[in-house]
Ligand binder design. Structure first.
Ligand SMILES: C[S@@+](CC[C@H](N)C(=O)[O-])C[C@H]1O[C@@H](n2cnc3c(N)ncnc32)[C@H](O)[C@@H]1O
Length: 276
């Protein structure tokens, strides 16, 4: 099996739309009257959820009408936030076919289908013309991609000169074995966690200038502390990331938290600009 087949197999659920709608109903939401914020507990598949998306995208200078690329968009929470908060036209791409389909259905339900669109594609072979986007971002995707040099080169190709690219990935902090399963991989064969140094080197080679970097380890530990404290009082709520992570969600979270606390990994933001 190729790495990309393993990755999309890892994320595929099988009945994701139904599972999300049932959880929304169980949370007391009317599924024919949803707003984007109703989906935030489940459609932001990265450490820190919607606040982490808002903090990264606030640094990217988006303007109404700009065309923005979401690389590895998942089920589309960040794309809908950027469309709603900044008035951008967002194009999401993702390897996992089911995520792309559910992303489109959710966008339709919250009335954003005219501002976001989704396509099944690999980040390593973006199906877009050169210099066709005003900005791009990627949240918790690079951990599944071995060839960071090619990834950054592809992103550079589709961005206009001067455009900003925001990354928020789990990166390698210290040496030592990670324990699997993790939220992005059930085994090491398709987990490629790299250091911020490596990201910066690939970005520079691809024609980016790094403008800002921020390590979010403390924020991540606090995010999980609060999540686990809520779960300790009666289990996870109906709507949450455990829907995407499946039955092994508690183990995946425990392994990430252990990696964070041991100083092996941390989520890091890097904002860079394509050189003119
Ligand atoms: C942890 S999820 C994050 C999803 C989304 N960015 C979010 O924050 O909600 C990782 C996503 O990256 C996608 N992905 C992994 N490797 C990819 C690749 N080579 N090309 C496109 N998408 C990829 C997966 O299918 C999955 O949807």
């Amino acid at each position: 099996m190729t790495v990309e087949a393993s990755v999309s197999g890892h994320y595929s659920h099988g009945a994701l739309e139904r599972a999300i709608l049932s959880a929304l109903e169980a949370s007391g939401k009317q599924v024919d009257r949803l707003i984007p914020a109703d989906l935030a507990p489940v459609d932001e598949f990265h450490i820190g959820g919607r606040p982490a998306t808002a903090e990264l995208t606030a640094q990217l200078g988006f303007k109404p009408g700009q065309r923005v690329l979401d690389i590895g968009c998942g089920i589309g929470g960040a794309s809908r936030h950027v469309a709603e908060a900044y008035g951008c036209q967002v194009q999401g791409i993702d390897l996992t076919d089911e995520y792309v389909r559910v992303a489109a259905l959710l966008a339709e339900r919250v009335g954003l289908a005219d501002r976001v669109s989704y396509r099944q594609a690999s980040a390593l072979q973006l199906p877009f013309e050169a210099a066709s986007f005003d900005g791009a971002y990627m949240l918790h995707v690079g951990m599944n991609i071995a060839d960071k040099a090619r990834l950054m080169a592809e992103v550079a190709r589709v961005l206009k000169p001067g455009a900003l690219f925001g990354i928020y990935d789990v990166m390698r902090e210290g040496a030592g074995d990670l324990t699997f399963p993790l939220p992005w991989a059930s085994d090491p064969a398709y987990s490629f966690v790299e250091s911020a140094d490596r990201y910066r080197a690939c970005l520079a080679d691809a024609g980016f200038t790094v403008e800002r970097e921020r390590n979010r380890r403390d924020f991540a530990i606090e995010f999980f502390r609060q999540m686990l404290a809520r779960w300790a009082q009666g289990g996870p709520p109906p709507l949450g990331l455990h829907i995407l992570m499946g039955e092994s969600a508690p183990q995946k979270i425990a392994n990430v938290v252990a990696g964070l606390k041991a100083g092996l990994i941390a989520p890091v933001e890097i904002v860079s600009r394509k050189r003119a």
